[in-house]
Design a protein around this ligand. Structure first.
Ligand code: NDP
Ligand code: 8X3
Length: 252
């Protein structure tokens, strides 16, 4: 059987392009997300183009029962996951902490932190048993620097940063690599989600400079995932050339 990559949040953006890039390399894919129709389309597209096997799992990473039920439904040979990309995540809202929406806070913490943990908790024991595997956590520049009106999103990504470090310590005796990838501005559905469909605000995020694309991050993930077995990229911060840190952009 080909190598297997499991990607959470593969219905758009970084997750979708990661599915494409790994399919090109002949990996079999486990793709997940809440939007079932998108999973069906992506499965069809990648099967036809790249002749790989794909299992789509339609669940919300925030719901532990759904996570466990779906992942545990995998046939035994599909549990031999070589690479887990913990990508499902989002920012919801951007306002000062004293105006923050409780629902947004819950959604970000439940998805970015607890969802990542739920998925990892099922899959890591399978990797541990085989003494082989690579976990790639999609963190953010927001996990390294805090910016105005982003306290809770930044906190959720700081948690990912810490979880990646802890995972690496606990998993390294079992020959499992852990890579924490921290992108700056990537033009995906991210800002439309953050600004709840406000196109003006979303477009403004990427105005006046060339942002990264989902493909750029997918290429970076593939680079980290295909290094020789004795090399592990622990932590990688990647920004557009026009972005110097979380808040400094060279906009024309
Ligand atoms: P997109 O909005 O394009 O993709 C987000 C993906 O996450 C979708 O596939 C979505 O699937 C999935 N997702 C969100 N919530 C859930 C949930 N509760 N359960 C299951 N899946 C979920 O954004 P990006 O591709 O940009 O984001 C991917 C990751 O990259 C996120 O963790 C984000 O925080 C991080 N990131 C993004 C940056 C950017 O500038 N774009 C920069 C740094 C990090 P569905 O809606 O179908 O469930
Ligand atoms: C997404 C990048 O800078 O909007 O994680 O937080 S940022």
């Amino acid at each position: 059987m080909n190598k297997i990559v499991c990607i959470s949040g593969a219905t758009s953006g970084i997750g979708y392009y990661s599915a494409v890039e790994f399919a090109k390399l002949g990996y079999n894919l486990i793709i997940t997300g809440r939007r079932k129709e998108r999973l069906v389309e992506i499965e069809k597209e990648l099967r036809e183009k790249y002749k790989v096997d794909i299992i789509s799992l339609n669940f919300d990473v925030r719901v532990r029962d759904e996570v466990e039920e779906n992942l545990n439904s995998l046939p035994s040979d599909w549990r031999n996951i070589d690479i887990l990309i913990n990508n499902a995540g989002l920012a919801a809202g951007k306002e000062p902490i004293f105006e923050g929406d409780y629902k947004d806070w819950d959604q970000m913490i439940d998805t970015n932190v607890k969802g990542l943990l739920y998925v990892s908790r099922v899959i890591i024991p399978w990797m541990k048993e085989r003494e082989s595997g690579h976990i790639i956590n999609i963190c953010s520049i927001a996990g390294k620097e805090v910016y105005a009106e982003g306290a809770v999103y930044c906190a959720s990504k700081s948690a990912v940063n810490s979880i990646s470090q802890g995972m690496r310590i606990d998993c390294s005796p079992y020959n499992i690599k852990v890579t924490n990838i921290c992108p700056g501005a990537v033009e995906t559905e991210f800002s439309m989600v953050r600004f709840k469909g406000n196109k003006e605000k979303s477009d403004a995020t990427y105005k006046g400079y060339k942002p990264l694309t989902g493909e750029d991050i997918a290429d970076t993930i593939v680079y980290c995932a295909t290094l020789p077995s004795h090399i592990c990229i622990n932590d990688l911060l990647i920004t557009p050339t026009a972005q110097a840190n979380a808040t400094t952009f060279n906009r024309k």
